[in-house]
Write a protein that binds this ligand. Structure first.
Ligand code: GLU
Length: 326
């Protein structure tokens, strides 16, 4: 009898293992590159993963999220095949496709594909009240974090500084640390200010403005900035609602400029995978929108704007099917 029980147990275990390996053989693992965990990319990757993973039994897709250095890192990792998808700024998508800025030496990145746009991102400039910084021009001689190499933020900070006549290499003490560390360093007095291109509200800016040291979110405006925004097709004027950051020293909305967060992939990623992700996000649009306050003003149409790379064929299949594109 004991022998029979053992035999049955072994048999059912074997069956279970066989079933498990069959299921895993059918699972496609997909990784989405995001940003620092106190940004909006990280929860955005989480929102996309959550929505597609709900249909795991239909598509066999298991999406996971990776915290990364941001836009530029994500584009390069998607192109090298280290990531399947990446969240990236619309300006960086434009530059990669055209072979500009970080891609100047390597030329146009032909395999980059757009999936959809997501939330608006603003150039957020946080400065400590006691550092006496009232405008971007006051950043001269200050310790300012411009963003890590690999972030999208870095080039935006440089553009903002150059626009007001500040040389980022000579006129300030530039730091290149990750956005997730900047709020703590600002509070500790090791930074006077930092830039972060991010959706609102974000955990990082909340953290920066909620500490003991009073922190102001500055306007990033003026004739120089207006000129850059006019010249570069990927920039647009933007406003940060100060109600997003009740801890900030200022109580007026902030005028700045911004870009859009977008989802990109590579031409090498199978169409069925891109189709499934696109379809699930669009068909569960209300659920998706409820997953982060930065998505408050998203519309399906706005998610098709701001894309410079060719739309991936899998995403295109869905947009045509849904009548969103011809
Ligand atoms: N836009 C930022 C960057 O690429 C990341 C923002 C975020 O993580 O929400 O540098």
């Amino acid at each position: 009898m004991k022998k029979l029980v053992t035999l049955c147990a072994v048999a059912s275990l074997t069956l279970l293992l066989a079933m498990a390996s069959l299921a895993s053989a059918k699972t496609t693992f997909v990784t989405i590159g995001t940003g620092g965990i106190t940004g909006v990319y990280y929860p955005t990757g989480g929102a996309i993963a959550k929505i597609v993973n709900q249909k795991r039994d239909v598509y066999g897709i298991r999406a996971t999220v990776e915290s990364t250095g941001g836009s530029v890192f994500n584009i390069n990792a998607v192109l090298s095949g280290d990531l399947d998808f990446g969240v990236t700024q619309s300006d960086r998508q434009y530059q990669a496709v055209k072979g500009l800025e970080e891609w100047k030496d390597r030329g146009p990145q032909k395999d980059l594909r757009a999936v959809f746009s997501i939330h608006p991102e603003t150039i957020v400039l946080c400065a400590a009240e006691d550092a006496g910084i009232k405008t971007v021009a006051d950043l001269k001689d200050k310790v300012v974090n411009l963003g890590n190499h690999g972030s999208g933020t870095l080039q935006n900070s440089i553009d903002a500084l150059v626009a007001v006549g500040i040389d980022p290499e000579k006129d300030i003490k530039a730091e290149y640390i990750k956005a997730a560390e900047a709020p703590g360093l600002l509070q500790d007095g090791r930074l006077d200010a930092f830039f972060y291109t991010v959706g609102n509200p974000s955990g990082a800016i909340k953290e920066a403005t909620a500490g003991k040291r009073k922190v102001r979110i500055l306007d990033v405006t003026g004739p120089g900035v207006a000129k850059v925004v006019k010249e570069k097709p990927y920039y647009a004027e933007a406003t940060i609602a100060i109600s997003d950051y009740p801890g900030a020293a200022n109580d007026k909305d902030v005028k700045t400029f911004g870009v859009k967060a977008t989802l990109v992939t590579s031409a090498k990623v199978p169409a069925d995978v891109v189709y499934a992700i696109t379809k699930e996000v669009f068909e569960n649009f209300d659920q998706f929108k409820s997953l982060h306050p930065a998505y408050a003003h998203l519309t399906k149409e706005s998610m098709l704007e701001g894309l410079s790379a060719p739309i991936h064929e899998g995403a295109m299949r869905y947009y045509k099917e849904a009548g969103l594109l011809k």
